[in-house]
Design a protein around this ligand. Structure first.
Ligand code: PMP
Length: 406
């Protein structure tokens, strides 16, 4: 449907036309970070070349222009996530900072001894460690939700772990290590029955399929710009409107206050009270360009293309002797994590790099998920909308050569 192919967008990405080690670049490390279209690069150049200014203060034309662009970014992110309005969007450095913000601001105020935080074993460290730190501080309990053998969240176990003690469930909308896309909407509805809040980590989701935070009924939704074709150092946290105004500031400084004297400070309304200091203005401008670029495409058709490419890649990889794919959830994105018999993952990544193919090797910041498979390290190829079946063929051919070389 829609007939999207990678060729529609590849010319937008200058970096995809470079070579690495004498070979055309094959970028299959999209779960780590995506490449940037020229629309994003040009927006950054235009901002620094002609429009640089601080925002929210200073009564001059350029301050006003920068403020408008920054707030247009907030409105665009709200639309992109299906949020009811811009005031429910907080700009952060990325998903990690978003989770820490929720832990420190909401969590510190609301959690105490006897409370449970439920976190699937599948999660990225950034959706485990902040909760572990918070649990230690508040004497709440961090409860892992187990996985099934194919890498799905065990829904039976989840239902059994929920109770009136559960205050928070933190789930990824797509796993960065197994690609699993859990039934977040259903899990959220179940959590809400117990009065728990739900944080959804959308870091791996937003680039792959449309997200509607109101349809999910999420309380918090976080993502990183750099995995969404935007610059590093910028991301967003959606907070449900009835929660956002009650969130206590977590960092103090400029931009987040209404008035300050040495006895007392009053804070600006949300979301500004949660954004201390000068924001990442160019980051927001880049994010705005990225969101505009992505939403100019027919996203259903992009998702259908990615699904077709993933099916192709799964079948092609399965033909490589000694290759074991980790995780086989039916609902998934194209994060293809594998081991290759006789070669450690770092050797595999090095070999592919000599052929200009970029993948990641290691623990993927998800040690508990890999441990579920008895692994400490694996190789991971992760696809994006600009990847092609020819690139998948190159990956497979290179892996076959590695197997034949030994
Ligand atoms: N959650 C998931 C599922 C991720 O894949 C990542 C990045 N690998 C993060 C959180 C952390 O994102 P960032 O490093 O951009 O804060």
């Amino acid at each position: 449907p829609g007939g999207f192919t990678a060729e529609f967008v590849r010319h937008d990405f200058p970096i995809l036309h470079r070579t690495v080690n004498g070979h055309p670049l094959v970028w299959l490390d999209n779960a780590a970070t995506t490449q940037k279209p020229r629309q994003v690069i040009e927006a950054l150049t235009a901002y620094y070349g002609a429009a640089n200014s601080n925002i929210h203060r200073g009564a001059h034309t350029m301050a006003r222009e920068a403020t408008e662009a920054y707030e247009a970014g907030r409105a665009a992110v709200a639309d992109f996530l299906g949020a009811p309005g811009p005031d429910s969007i907080v700009f952060v450095r990325g998903t990690t900072e978003a989770v820490n913000l929720v832990a420190q601001s909401w969590g510190r105020a609301d959690l105490g001894p006897g409370d449970d935080i439920l976190v699937p074993v599948l999660e990225h460290h950034s959706d485990i460690v902040p909760w572990q730190m918070l649990a230690k501080e508040t004497r709440a309990r961090l409860v892992p939700v187990p996985l099934t053998p194919d890498g799905e969240i065990d829904q039976h176990a989840y239902a059994g772990l929920l109770s009136s003690r559960t205050r928070l469930v933190a789930i990824s909308h797509a796993s960065n290590v197994l690609g699993t896309v859990p039934p977040v909407k259903e899990m959220t509805a179940l959590a809400h029955r117990y009065g728990a809040k739900v944080l959804v980590d959308g870091a791996q989701a937003v680039a792959h399929f449309p997200v509607d935070v109101q349809d999910l009924d999420a309380d918090f939704y976080a993502f990183s710009g750099h995995k969404l074709f935007a610059p590093t150092g910028i991301g967003a946290l959606y907070v449900r409107p009835d929660l956002v105004s009650g969130l206590a500031p977590w960092q103090g400084g400029g931009n987040m206050i209404e008035s300050v004297d040495f006895g007392h400070t009053t804070f600006a309304p949300a979301p500004h009270r949660l954004e201390a200091g000068t924001g990442h203005i160019s980051g927001v401008i880049g994010l705005l360009a990225a969101v505009n670029w992505l939403t100019s495409l027919d996203r259903e058709s992009v998702a259908a293309y990615e699904e077709g490419l993933m099916t192709y890649a799964l079948q092609a990889l399965a033909t490589v002797p000694g290759l074991d794919l980790i995780g086989s959830a039916p609902d998934r994105i194209a994060v293809l994590t594998f081991t290759l018999a006789g070669h450690d993952p770092t050797t595999v990544a090095d070999w592919l790099d000599h052929d200009g193919i970029a993948i990641r090797a290691g623990h993927h910041c998800a040690q508990p998920a890999l441990a579920h498979y008895g692994l400490t390290s694996a190789a991971r190829a992760s696809l994006a909308l600009y990847n092609t079946s020819a690139e998948v063929d190159q990956l497979v051919a290179s892996l076959r050569r590695l197997q034949q070389s030994t």
